[in-house]
Design a protein around this ligand. Structure first.
Ligand code: 28F
Length: 647
């Protein structure tokens, strides 16, 4: 006989069916909700939960968030906010808390007009998505004098909200285990999470965030709380740089319903580092807020320079890039309905924000400069010297062009070019040294692969302006080979190769050349990285060989372990195998180099992304800057970090 439905079995009412459909879809198409099922998507789960805590902090009810990575990659997040409401919804008979965890976009809908949800990950999808993508999830709420708990499996309620005790405290705690049938890996990267939470703490001043990794015997932990907010952020970003003025400049103001917070400081460096956020999301591609900030800088400094006779009548205006040389800045705005545009949807589109930021900065910065004439003078002297250097760089560039025109070729002599002229299929391998360059030339497919061996003296690009770069015998061939100029002249549509591949040894010298070239691309050909044209070749670390067996190349230590295991299963013992460890590219003959590192069918190329420009900048600054101590400390502490860029 059929089982009769019980009155309160809420799985069966119409709304619940809708709910199940929604969460089912999340499990079917997770990428649509969290971007990907790689480790990035995995980290998103944590961000989604923590975002809810930050919203509660922004609402003014929470000042502490504790995050733990527990053994077996279980995540625990706890805040001391009001606790998610536990009252029962009259129509659905389900608690508000359960609704938040089972109804797609519940937070957004509830929040809607009240504007509850302010922060939000790139996808801003909320707790129900995390729940749907978790093998299990447990939520504990302290509120209204009680402790309440509910449990879910793969998004489905297995224990509706139940009171399990009494408490005078308030807050929300969530524990979950991400579903290993959905994610490629459950292995959270502590450093990535630590960096994100440091950033979040900077962006919400006074909020204390702790993170602890309890997966290993000696736990890692960090505690962040910055009373200075963005001022602390700017100090942190510039900690290894020499400053032009003592304290970062700070602007905080709300125009209508758009709160704006900005801090910046000038350093003696030549690069410009402006980080922008909308609702705590890093807007890597910038947008209208960045535009407003830049316009205000240009206008206010030019006005000041004119009115104080630092620019004479005959002088032309300072350009934006002159005024931003050496700046470290963070711009953070909160927008009710942000429109995200751009390739990675990290560019703010709301057009009214430009004017809001612009007039706010015009006014505040104008006042600041009048009140701090010595700071104004120091900054403007630097801007003026930047504009002279720009002029000098233009002349140097023209000189190089003319010289090249005389030599009737614009290509460097060392370049072994490919026969195809179609950038879409062409690649250039940049190789350090003679022997590797020779093997690469012989091993390549000359139809579409060009080889550029690097020569000459290493130039520290962190410490040089564009005019020096043009004259550098090591970098000039790279500029000419890529064929699209540098700096503000760089035109990515002119590149001669769709793939610019750095091929270096897996040792210290290799790391050095990689860092130099990446710094160079980052500073002078940034669109090349943004456009996804820069790659790192991955030569194998080991070769396993045995008579009668095809050689096995291993690219990592894990690869090698795996290969040993698989061979053992086939009855082949370690002792029977020859193991060669490659110390350098030069040890491989041209055929091996082709087969393992250059043949598109077999090779592993790692695309260099702009995903975390901040991370890259920190590495570059520390590795290439002239302060020795932070560099050593950094390398010792963060060897893995540097490796991350290398992999
Ligand atoms: C560890 C994760 O999720 N913390 C949260 C709150 C507090 C409220 C809330 C959350 C209102 C009705 C949607 C409390 N009291 N930590 C968290 N803390 N959500 S999530 O409200 C949710 C919306 O449903 C809250 C009064 N208003 C809001």
């Amino acid at each position: 006989m059929l089982k009769k439905m019980e009155k309160f079995e809420h799985e069966y009412n119409a709304e619940q069916i809708q709910v199940l459909d929604g969460l089912e879809h999340v499990r079917k198409r997770p990428g649509m909700y969290i971007g990907s099922v790689s480790v990035r998507g995995l980290h998103h789960l944590v961000y989604e939960i923590v975002d809810n805590c930050v919203d509660e902090a922004l609402a003014g009810y929470c000042n502490e968030i504790n995050i733990e990575i527990l053994p077996d990659n279980i995540i625990s997040v706890e805040d001391n906010g009001r606790g998610i409401p536990v009252d029962i919804h009259q129509k659905t008979k389900i608690s508000a808390a359960e609704t938040v965890y089972t109804q797609l976009n519940a937070g957004g809908k509830f929040g809607g007009d009240s504007g509850y949800k302010v922060s939000g990950g790139l996808h801003g999808v909320g707790a129900s998505v995390v729940n749907a993508l978790s093998t299990w999830c447990e939520v504990t709420i302290q509120r209204d004098g009680g402790i309440y708990q509910m449990k879910f499996e793969k998004g489905k309620t297995v224990k509706p909200l139940t009171k399990i005790g009494d408490s005078k405290k308030t807050g929300t705690k969530v524990k979950f285990l991400a579903d290993n049938t959905i994610f490629e890996t459950l292995n959270y990267d502590y450093t990535t999470l630590e960096n994100r939470f440091r950033e979040m703490a900077f962006l919400t001043k006074g909020l204390k965030i702790t993170i602890e990794d309890k997966r290993e015997e000696t736990p890692k932990k960090a505690e962040f709380c910055f009373e200075g907010g963005l001022i602390s952020f700017v100090e942190y970003l510039g900690k290894n740089k020499e400053k032009l003025h003592k304290d970062p400049i700070y602007i905080e103001k709300t125009d209508g319903d758009v709160p704006v917070e900005i801090s910046f400081q000038y350093t003696t460096a030549y690069s410009e580092n402006i980080y922008t956020f909308v609702n705590n999301i890093n807007t890597i591609e910038g947008g209208t807020h960045l535009e407003g900030f830049k316009r205000a800088l240009t206008k206010t400094f030019n006005d000041y320079a004119r009115s104080h006779n630092l620019l004479k009548e005959k002088d032309s205006n300072l350009q934006g890039e002159d005024i931003r040389e050496g700046i470290t800045a963070v711009v953070s705005v909160k927008v009710k309905e942000p429109q995200f545009e751009g390739q990675t949807k990290t560019k703010l589109g709301n057009s009214n924000v430009t004017g809001i930021v612009q007039s706010m900065v015009n006014e505040a910065l104008g006042n600041f400069l009048e009140e701090n004439p010595s700071v104004a003078k120091a900054i403007l002297e630097k801007c003026i010297s930047a504009s002279r250097a720009r002029e000098a760089a233009r002349k140097a560039r023209e000189l190089v062009r003319r010289k090249n025109a005389l030599e009737s070729t614009t290509l460097p002599g060392k370049l072994a070019d490919c026969s195809s002229k179609n950038p879409a299929e062409c690649e250039v391998y940049i190789v350090e040294g003679d022997s590797a360059g020779g093997s690469a030339k012989q091993g390549r497919d000359r139809r579409f692969q060009a080889i550029l061996p690097l020569w000459g003296k290493m130039l520290n690009v962190e410490k040089a302006r564009a005019d020096k770069i043009y004259g550098n015998d090591k970098l000039n061939p790279v500029i000419l080979a890529v064929g699209a100029g540098i700096g503000s002249d760089f035109d990515v549509s002119k590149i001669r190769y769709g793939k610019v591949i750095i091929m270096a040894d897996a040792d210290v010298d290799g790391a050095h050349i990689r860092t130099l070239l990446l710094t160079f691309f980052f500073r002078y050909m940034r669109p090349l990285i943004e456009n996804g044209n820069v790659f790192l070749a991955q030569p194998p670390l080991y070769k396993l060989s045995k008579k009668g067996m095809e050689d096995i190349y291993c690219y990592t230590d894990e690869d090698l372990d795996k290969a040993y295991k698989e061979l053992a299963e086939k009855g082949i013992k370690r002792e029977q195998l020859g193991l060669q460890r490659y110390k350098g590219l030069g040890e491989m003959n041209p055929e091996q180099l082709w087969e393992t590192t250059m043949d598109p069918a077999n090779r592993i190329l790692v695309k260099v992304t702009m995903e975390d420009a901040m991370k890259a900048d920190e590495i570059f600054t520390i590795l290439m800057g002239d302060e020795i101590e932070p560099r050593r400390e950094f390398i010792e502490k963060n060897a893995k970090y540097v490796k991350n860029l290398d992999v």
